[in-house]
Design a protein around this ligand. Structure first.
Ligand SMILES: [Zn+2]
Length: 345
């Protein structure tokens, strides 16, 4: 556990918004420590200091949760890169690294499981057994190493999310279960996102919502609907990309020449820090309880979001003071203010 005196996730949520930060895999790929394609977090074993550094950067920027980097550290994916034998060590080490950095601040540690690519709704009985075994194995190790709660995320299938929820509840830990939203309005097994969240809440999830796939503009409207019908806590962790009605997910974005931008040509679509700050403000205003960021996330966004939520975080010491720039000075500040005013209107 991160710190014996730290309040748990549910106590924190009772008091107000909890800020999270993710996107470890994307960011560590950009930094040269993870291979795009398989996206297996081998960095946990090969360059543990790189993982700790990113945890630390998110912590300094305001994240209250260190999410153990076990995304895709499951049996199916490790088989793909021939590291199945490292499975247990990779999972344990990821939780240890998250704990080490969480103790440097006042952060919680979340165990992390995700879509497995093994779930098949047409063969639900058989595939559920495989998925459940993967989750039990990963979370068993995580619990032994010490976690405060579990984030089950980027769930494409409600059926798979429900298995995750059951396993988390068996371990008697708070459960945050969030859905991927690649499709227009429903999970791959045909449940409207809002309905799927309601079912998860009815089955005992403590926090439900969406993560990944959608940028602020296309995630917020769905989150608002979820918030309006759900009584438990709601989470929103968008990607910092400019998705819109025509291209609602970052997988659907196209470059000028019509190529799919995901996952390696996405830079032109990045939001700026003010847009992510505005997302945090809007999410808070509609009653979202857990506000974070997913793939594409980086510390400058996390800090801007924290400050938008009225917080001063360790990295705020170096927040921009453009008035002090010898040439740009107040002109740039004014420009940013205008930008924000436009964006809000
Ligand atoms: Zn993501």
């Amino acid at each position: 556990m991160s710190n014996r005196t730290t309040r748990g996730i549910l106590d924190r949520l009772k008091k107000g918004v909890v800020q999270g930060a993710e996107g470890y895999v994307f960011e560590l790929e950009r930094r040269g420590y993870i291979k795009a394609g398989p996206y297996v977090p081998e960095v946990v074993l090969d360059f543990p200091e790189a993982v700790k550094e990113l945890h630390r950067e998110f912590l300094r920027a305001g994240s209250e949760v260190m999410v153990a980097l076990t995304y895709y550290a499951h049996r199916e994916k490790l088989k793909d890169v021939g590291r199945e034998n490292d499975l247990e060590f990779m999972n344990r080490q990821a939780v240890r690294l998250a704990n080490e950095v969480a103790r440097e601040g006042d952060a919680l540690v979340a165990g992390n499981i995700c879509n497995t690519w093994a779930y098949d709704p047409h063969n639900a009985k058989e595939s559920s057994r495989v998925v459940r075994a993967m989750y039990e194995e990963q979370l068993g190790w995580a619990v032994e190493e010490g976690i405060d709660f579990v984030i089950s995320e980027t769930n494409d299938f409600l059926g798979e999310a429900l298995i995750a929820l059951e396993v988390i509840k068996q371990l008697k830990l708070p459960a945050m279960v969030t859905l991927a939203s690649v499709q227009h309005d429903q999970t791959r097994d045909g449940y409207d996102y809002v309905e799927a969240c309601k079912i998860l809440a009815d089955h005992g999830a403590d926090i439900v919502g969406l993560n990944c796939d959608r940028g602020p503009e296309t995630m917020l409207p769905i989150i608002e609907k979820i918030r309006s019908v759900i009584s438990c806590y709601v989470a929103a962790q968008p990607v910092p990309y400019k998705t819109n009605a025509q291209f609602p997910t970052f997988e659907s974005l196209r470059t000028g020449s019509g190529e799919q931008a995901f996952p390696l040509l996405l830079e032109p679509f990045l939001c700026n820090r003010f847009e992510m700050a505005e997302f945090a403000r809007k999410a808070q205003a509609i009653g979202v309880n857990y506000i974070g960021i997913c793939c594409g996330g980086a510390p400058h966004y996390v800090r801007a979001m924290a400050e938008a939520l009225g917080r001063t975080v360790p990295a705020s010491k170096y927040s921009p003071v453009m008035e002090l720039h010898p040439v740009l000075g107040a002109r740039v500040e004014e420009k940013h203010k205008e930008f924000l005013a436009d964006w809000k209107s």
